[in-house]
Ligand binder design. Structure first.
Ligand SMILES: Cc1cc2nc3c(=O)[nH]c(=O)nc-3n(C[C@H](O)[C@H](O)[C@H](O)COP(=O)(O)O)c2cc1C
Length: 214
């Protein structure tokens, strides 16, 4: 509880919770020399996760790859139709559920506790992965934009294309950190919706486990 509260306070100051992610040794491979081509060559699905929390730096890199801002005008690592960023990313760790805030490159606590298994329909490795990202479509992003909202079908289609880019960016970032990843469509949507207190309009599109592997 103390840790979660400190995460809340730090998130309020737009920082990642320094107390939440214990530093641990990085795998002993030469990560600095990994090129994008190397990472693509090594890309694969991993399911043999072992316990361990990501460092703050690792979690930040993974979330930034998923939905971070990479230019002064606020545009992001991954493309979105008309620049309307309708996909939100939730990070589900041993400690809680957090919503990633692209503007601050920080996380906002949503729920305390281990909800990792709510992001699966029963694949046990999910409970071992350090973080499970959940990609959620927020149709309100269109209302908040200066664009006329396209039909729902087109909104969802665009969001799914963006999620495809997001999961691949995360896969490459995970490779460079020596971490494994698994994209997952099998999600207990009702359980996660409840745990993350998502409003009814929001749609859970995909999940992705990231963590240490055997
Ligand atoms: C949209 C999508 C949904 C997927 N859903 C799951 C899933 O629910 N559980 C799982 O273990 N793997 C899932 N996968 C991973 C695939 O099984 C995996 O990518 C495929 O077997 C090819 O293996 P590779 O990624 O190692 O090349 C999913 C992949 C995609 C793209």
């Amino acid at each position: 509880m103390k840790k979660f509260l400190s995460a809340t306070l730090l998130a309020a100051t737009l920082l990642l919770p320094t107390t939440s992610y214990a530093a641990r040794e990085l795998p002993s491979i030469s990560l600095s020399k990994l090129t994008v081509m190397d990472a693509l060559n090594a890309r694969k699905t991993d399911r043999n996760f072992v316990d361990g929390d990501l460092t703050e730096s690792q979690l930040t890199k993974i979330l930034w790859a998923a939905n971070g801002v990479n230019r002064p005008d606020g545009k992001r690592v991954n493309p979105a139709a008309l620049g309307v960023y309708s996909v939100e990313v939730y990070a589900v760790t041993r400690e809680g559920i957090f919503r990633y805030d692209p503007q601050s490159n920080g996380i906002i606590p949503v729920a305390e506790g281990d909800y990792r298994m709510t992001t699966t329909t029963g694949q046990n490795f999910v409970g071992k992965a350090a973080v499970n990202l959940v990609y959620v479509e927020n149709p309100d992003a269109w209302k908040d934009s200066r664009h006329t909202p396209p039909p729902r079908e087109a909104q969802l289609s665009s969001a799914n294309v963006t999620v495809g880019a997001m999961v691949q960016s995360v896969a490459l970032a995970a490779q460079t950190e020596g971490l494994g990843n698994c994209v997952r469509g099998s999600i207990n949507r009702d359980a996660f919706k409840k745990a993350a207190r998502l409003s009814d309009e929001k749609n859970i599109l995909l999940a992705q486990s990231v963590g240490f592997i055997k």
